[in-house]
Design a protein. Structure first.
Length: 131
């Protein structure tokens, strides 16, 4: 099959691409995106399922970068990102509220400074560790 273009080069550029895949083949990708012709940046993420392929990337959060992504055994994804705080956003793979949860969850805030390059790992039961 031909490669899937998730973001066209005419829409800007991406950096910090991270991929996570589970045993059933469900996957997520997170990326830092800078819009073409501006300094506007965001974290975007897309979901892959073996049955449906790649979904169009969603803006997970505006004005934050340095993301990482994980996927659990049920196909739920979590993206973490930093700026002046450490945040996360979940994607529920099934159920009445499936899709990206509407609100960023601030995990921690920093009195001064900034954290970069968060990492996330998810256990089979869905619990997560972020460093």
């Amino acid at each position: 099959a031909a490669p899937t273009e998730l973001i066209s080069p005419s829409k800007g550029y991406v950096a910090g691409v991270n991929v996570a895949i589970n045993a059933t083949g469900s996957a997520f990708v997170s990326m830092d995106h800078v819009a073409a012709g501006s300094n506007a940046f965001s974290t975007r993420a897309a979901r892959f399922t073996p049955a449906g392929g790649w979904e169009v990337p969603s803006v997970v959060t505006e004005g934050r970068l340095f993301s990482d992504v994980a996927v659990d055994a049920d196909g739920n994804g979590t993206v973490v990102f930093t700026s002046s705080s450490l945040g996360a956003r979940r994607y529920l793979a099934s159920g009445p509220n499936s899709g990206w949860m509407p609100v960023d969850e601030d995990i921690d805030s920093f009195a001064t400074g900034q954290a970069n390059d968060p990492r996330i790992a998810v256990a089979p039961d869905g619990s997560a560790l972020v460093v």
